[in-house]
Structures are given as C-alpha cells and as structure tokens.
Design a protein around this ligand. Structure first.
Ligand code: DAH
Length: 333
C-alpha cells in the first residue's frame, strides 16, 4: 500500500503548528528545553514521519524530505526566538529585584600600607637594581662555615666576638649578618658578580632603643676584573645621594675579617655625622674560599642595618617601635 504524499505533508504541517503554539506558551527555559527534546529530538515526530517515506512513490520523496527539513528549521528558529525573549525577561526581572541604592553609605575598609622597614629595603634595592645589580637571598639558619669561616673569621679568632651569635641545638646558628649570602652566591656563580642582599639577621643583643635580637641588613657585593676602592667610593656616593640627597659623606678606616682594607661610612644628616654602613675590598681569602682567583678578580662589599637607615630617614629614636605593630606609629608612613 502506498502512502499519499499529501498525507505526510499534512502531518508535517500539523507538527509545525503544534510546536509553534507550544513554544509561544513556554514561560521558562526549562520548559523550552523539554519542548526542544519533544519536537526536535531523535524520538520526536519528524523522524517518525520520515520513517514513512519508504512507502512513498520515489518521485515524491525529495519534496517531502525537503519539507521535513524546512519544518525542522522553522521549529528551531521559533525555539531560538523564544529563548532570547525568555532570557531577556529573566534579566529584566533580576535587574528589577536587585536594586542598588548608590546613596547608601559604603563599607569602610582601612587600607594597609608597606611597613617602613620594607619600604626602605625596597628603596635601597631599587637603587642597586638601577645600577645593574640583582637581588640574592640566603637562609636565615646558617652553618658556621658560611657565616664565619668562609668569610675569613678564623676559629677562635677574637673577631667572632664582634657578633654575639645565637646557636641552635644542632650546632647551626642563626645568621648574624647577610654576608653569608655573598659566599653562597659566589660558590654557585662565576664572576662578574653584582648583587644586593636583603635579609633578616639575629644576634644575642640585649634589646634597647638601638638594638633588637632580630634586625635587617642590606648588603651589596661587586666582583670583577680591575675593581678598585675608587669604584667602591663611587658606588657608595651614588647610593647615599639617591637615598639621602646631596649630603657630605666620609670614610673612616675600620676592620672586618672579610674585607681589606675596610672602612666605615658616615654621612652628615641634619648637622650630625651618622654611621650608615661598613664596607671594604673583598679579602683575597674570601675569594679563595669560593674558588675565585684573587690574582684575576677583585671586588668590594658593604653592609648596612635597615633599622638604622629607617631610624635616620624617618627620625625614629627607638627602633623597637618597628616591631610593636602599633598602628598609631605605622600609619604615619
Ligand atoms: N657584616 C658586617 C656587619 O654585620 C657588615 C659589613 C661590613 C658587610 C663590611 C660587608 C662589608 O659586606 O664589606 O657588621
């Protein structure tokens, strides 16, 4: 028995109409999805109609097939249109319920700020980075070797008493200065070297207005062929000028085991000479300890206390204030 093409055509028309009506009535995206499955799904009416095509006269098949496609597309178009409308309505409803009163007082959040010690360290690091240096860091728990021995502090040498050390039960120590980072860096890198080393240090100091058991140092080191004391002086002048401005600077002979000659640097600040750092030409013994040839390379280094710099620059008379977390103090910076 053959099927009349008009019969299938009528079925397809009916499907299209029914879907159209159902879609206009859909009032949620969920419902829309159900209708999509119902009319366009694999188990929907259109495949069913197409299933009946086998019984058609072959000449009618293309026409019916094309019509089935048209119906599918029409349903698809209606569906999308309805989806857009529903989404817009949903957004509109949301906007109407979520009103925002811009005249209401805001929630005040107090703003944090950079701690004065960190801000000084950042400034110093920026100056040296501008001179082509890179930042190097090392551990705060150190061995005697890196903190003392490789820096030419001989065993039982009185120079060890210059720094009251905190010993750990395992025989290691808390580093007393950032100079240990020089050794670690040179051991791992070939010259030329230009590094700036910020970090926390520890000493068995009795706490008072100018001493704390935990403090910060900044150190710089340059190693290359042909570096002289003049380069050290020039670097220090440049640095002090950038940090303090155009102030008088002087150097006094001093002693450190790891530099020879060594000097103390003072700058005049508000009418007084203030000591700002220790420095010197790296001792050949230090270069040898890291495997650099002292006949080829020379270099200079300097180390300064960050609390001291901050105390000078911010006119703080008691460095313990940097650690008490008193907002009345910290918020002034
Ligand atoms: N390590 C010294 C100290 O803690 C500071 C210092 C002096 C570092 C001279 C240096 C230097 O690199 O060359 O007192």
């Amino acid at each position: 028995m053959t099927v009349q093409p008009t019969e299938l055509e009528a079925q397809l028309q009916a499907i299209r109409l029914e879907a159209q009506q159902a879609l206009t009535k859909a009032d949620s995206l969920d419902q829309l999805e159900q209708l999509r499955v119902k009319y366009l799904g694999k188990k929907g009416p259109i495949p069913q109609v197409l299933g009946g095509m086998g019984k058609l006269d072959p000449g009618d098949r293309p026409r019916i097939g094309a019509m089935a496609n048209d119906v599918k597309e029409a349903i698809q178009t209606d569906l999308e249109r309805r989806r857009t409308a529903l989404q817009a309505a949903q957004l509109q409803a949301q906007l109407e319920t979520e009103t925002l009163d811009v005249t209401m007082p805001g929630v005040y959040r107090s703003q944090g700020r950079v701690h004065p010690l960190n801000s000084i360290m950042d400034r110093v690091i920026d100056i040296f980075v501008g001179l082509g240096y890179t930042v190097a860091e090392g551990p705060e728990m150190e061995t005697d070797y890196y903190n003392f021995e490789a820096l030419n502090f001989l065993a039982d040498h009185p120079a060890r008493d210059m720094q009251d050390t905190l010993y750990l039960p395992d025989g290691n120590i808390l580093r007393t200065h950032t100079s240990s980072v020089q050794i670690r860096y040179m051991e791992a890198n070939e010259p030329p070297v230009r590094i700036v080393m910020p970090g926390r240090c520890y000493r068995r100091d009795t706490v008072d207005a100018t001493h704390t058991a935990v403090f910060h140092q900044l150190e710089f080191l340059a190693i290359d062929e042909g570096l002289t004391f003049t380069d050290l002086k020039g670097t220090i002048r440049m640095f002090i000028e950038q940090l303090f401005g155009d102030v008088p600077v002087r150097m006094r002979p001093s002693y450190f085991p790891f530099t020879e000659p060594s000097a103390e640097v003072d700058c005049q600040w508000r009418g007084r000479w203030l000591e700002v750092m220790g420095c010197g030409m790296v001792d050949p013994n230090v270069l040898k300890a890291v495997g650099y040839d002292p006949e080829v390379y020379t270099g200079f280094a300097a180390g300064m206390g960050v609390e001291r710099l901050a105390a000078i620059l911010y006119q703080i008379d008691d460095i313990r204030r940097f650690y008490t977390s008193d907002l009345r103090f910290l918020e002034q910076f």
